[in-house]
Design a protein around this ligand. Sequence first.
Ligand code: ADP
Ligand code: 5GP
Length: 202
Amino acid sequence: MGQKLLGSLKNGIVFVLSAPAGTGKTTLVRMLTEEFPSVVESISYTTRKMRPNEIEGRDYHFIGRSEFEKRVRQGDFLEHAEVFGELYGTSKSAVEFQQQAGKHVVLVIDTQGAMQLMGRMDGVFIFLSPPDIQELKRRLSKRKSESPDKIEERLSWAKKEMETSDRYDYQIINDDLETAYAILRAVLIAEEHRTRQRKKLI
Ligand code: ADP
Ligand code: 5GP
């Protein structure tokens, strides 16, 4: 589908982005999809309830647990995981469809899901870190989607997720937003120009 934006690539690249909740991944991925028409975000399936500012099909596909489990049995997911008591999964067919249409696909998934894909899929793995835990707490509070006890739960899980950051290809610290974005877009551009024989897959 020889699209200019992809250089010599035939298919789009998969970018896997993990970050503790509240770090700024939604903000940064939105900046990337706005600047680059060749980048799309994968819309995950989840059993969690929709938040007031969310839209079905834009933020997630919101489905029930039995529907989710049926999709797991059918092998519909590239990866899936339970996060804070809810199930989340990435649609294999949607990702493949986008890649074949010449789009880069960003999977915004947790560290459990990312580790299921490492070594199994030719993707670029990026870990986004908050500058520190206090700032993460401030951002989570600002988002106003969690009660104070949920914030504490998310902070303690964040510390565990941050321990896995050195298994990723890149680590970006989201302190100043413009700086973090400059690094993220530099990674995208560099990866578009990589000769892609790097990864040995299992
Ligand atoms: P996530 O998707 O990782 O949970 P969001 O993108 O929703 O995080 O960001 C959480 C909050 O932090 C939002 O209010 C967002 O505007 C803010 N935020 C994101 N990046 C920064 C930054 N670099 N500095 C200050 N605030 C930020
Ligand atoms: P939230 O409910 O706050 O949108 O997301 C909670 C966590 O679930 C985040 O860490 C987010 O990255 C992760 N997540 C969202 N979609 C998926 C998915 O499809 N797979 C996995 N493994 N995690 C996901």
